[in-house]
Each structure stands twice: as C-alpha cells, then as structure tokens.
Ligand binder design. Structure first.
Ligand code: PMP
Length: 287
C-alpha cells in the first residue's frame, strides 16, 4: 500500500487529504522540493532542505519541524514505500486561512511528503529532449524564480506548449528574450571547451543539480561562465543540456524543431553526475 506523510503522520495515500481551503491549492501559497533517492538516501538532502527553509522564510511560513525531524520523516516514508530508488517530494503549504489573499491568521502550515517511482533512463544512460521556446515570457530578473514556489502557472503553460508541439520541454524566456531555464530544469551549454549557464540573477532557480555540475567543473578545472543567453547562442553551441534532480543531465537534441549538435559532451557530464550521485548515496553517513 502506498503511503504519504502528512504533518509527520504516515497514512495510506487515499487518506492523506488536504482541505479545499488550503492556500497552496487556492493560491499556490507554498514551496516544494523534489529530490532523488538512491540506496534509500535522499541525494543532497541538506541543500534541498536549505532551499525549502529559504522559501519558507521568504513566505513567512513557520516550518515547525527541525531538519532532523524532517529527515527522519523522509526515512520513514522511504522505508514504508520500499522507495529506496525513487523521487521524494516535499510540499509545504501555508495551510488553511480566511478567504482572500491575505495570509493573516493562516498559521497552521501543512507539510506533505510523497514518494514516486524513479525516472527511467534510456540504455545510453542519458535522456535527450527536444525543446521549444515557450511563448510565455517572464519579467527579466524575476525575483520569485529563486525559490521553488508552488505557483507554477508559467511552467505549466510552457510545458503545455511543449506537449502541443510534440516536444519534451520548453525554455522559459524573459521579456528581453534571454533564456532563463527550462520549465523544470536549468540550462547549460558548451562552447570551445567552456561551460556556460545563465546566472541566478536572471531569475533561474538555484538548481541543486546545477550546483553539482558547477562543482564538477571547478574540480576538473574547467572554465564555467555564468552569462545570459539567447536561442541564437545555442544554435552555435557544441552541446546544450539541461539539469534536474530527476533525470540528472538531459541532452538537448533539438531546439524549436531544429536539430542541435551532439549529445556526446552532455553524456560526459551525466556520467560525472551519476558518479557523484552513487558515491554520496553509498558513502557511510556523516557521524
Ligand atoms: N528550474 C526549475 C523551474 C525546476 O522546476 C527545476 C526542478 N526542480 C530545476 C530548475 C532544477 O532544479 P534541481 O536541480 O534542484 O532539481
């Protein structure tokens, strides 16, 4: 039986219910995290928790569980669902409040944890996506992009546009035409041996996988540059790839129905990323 964790209580999934007056349901008034679990351990737990805590602080939602308590709840959920190889989702809502946008008086936050099947990677070990540019623009330097907020309408519309075009993902562009990220992933490109990614000031989410790739670049003494980019820059790149906790590194094989150069370079980053994922989820836990 699949189980979910609701405010620290393990329940059968069908019994884990949220009020129709819940503010995350009504207004997207919450934050969430999506983590990869391998060998029963959530990968980069601390970084995900810090991002969740930062989002809760920004929204002024009191996260009433300590990091240790949340880690114990995650372990219990993973165990109950035999979800040793899975995706773990944490969702923090401000909870129920009076009708209207004001959060005043809504002080019983709700935390839901669910476990989901792991992503399926193709035989080569790396997914490859056709990407379109979303027709929906974000304000340049959008401040809200920094947190993994539960208000995701632009991302949903972008993915809908990708679905309708027969593509797998969509780039989110700002009003100046710069690419910020994909609807559910950060973007990187290689040019003349150099790694590039848009800066977080562009409004991109500080992806945990993005941070791992930048660490790998530093460790391998590879040049990594944070800079704005437009679709034109990607046409001439040696490789374009996306990063996210679910699939790791994803090669981009086409942009707006035009084929892009080889995924070979991207799959090197995926191998390096998967090695870190394996190493950190099999190493003895820190004392
Ligand atoms: N940007 C957006 C908009 C996302 O939804 C995600 C997926 N969480 C990412 C980037 C990648 O973040 P991470 O590597 O932490 O999964």
């Amino acid at each position: 039986m699949t189980r979910a964790m609701l405010n620290g209580r393990l329940l059968p999934l069908e019994e884990a219910k949220v009020s129709v007056l819940d503010r995350s349901f009504l207004y997207g008034d919450g934050v969430f995290e999506t983590l990869r679990v391998r060998h029963g351990r959530p990968f980069r737990w601390r970084q995900h928790l810090e991002r969740l805590e930062a989002g809760a602080r920004m929204l002024g939602i009191h996260l009433r569980w300590t990091g240790q308590e949340l880690r114990a709840q995650a372990a219990e959920l993973i165990e109950a669902n035999a979800a040793q190889d899975s995706i773990l989702r944490l969702h923090l809502s401000r909870g129920v409040g009076k009708r209207g946008y004001s959060p005043r008086g809504a002080d019983q936050p709700l935390l839901v944890m669910t476990a989901h099947p792991p992503p399926v990677l193709p035989a080569g070990g790396m997914a490859e996506f056709a990407v379109v540019s979303s027709p929906w623009r974000l304000p340049a330097g959008d401040a809200l992009g920094r947190w993994k907020s539960a208000s995701k309408l632009l991302n949903v519309l972008a993915r809908k546009a990708a679905d309708e075009a027969g593509a797998d993902e969509a780039f989110l562009l700002d009003t100046a035409g710069d690419i910020i990220e994909a609807s559910g992933a950060n973007v990187f490109w290689m040019r003349d041996g150099r790694l590039h990614t848009p800066p977080l000031s562009s409004g991109a989410l500080g992806g945990i996988t993005r941070a791992v790739i930048l660490e790998l670049a530093r460790a391998g003494k590879r040049d990594a540059v944070e800079c704005q980019c437009r679709c034109e820059d990607l046409w001439n790149a040696d490789s374009v790839f996306l990063t996210q906790s679910g699939l790791g590194v994803i090669g981009v094989r086409a942009l707006d129905a035009r084929p892009l150069l080889g995924g070979g370079l991207a799959s090197e980053w995926q191998s390096a990323y998967l090695a870190v994922l394996e190493a950190e989820t099999t190493a003895p836990p820190p004392a």
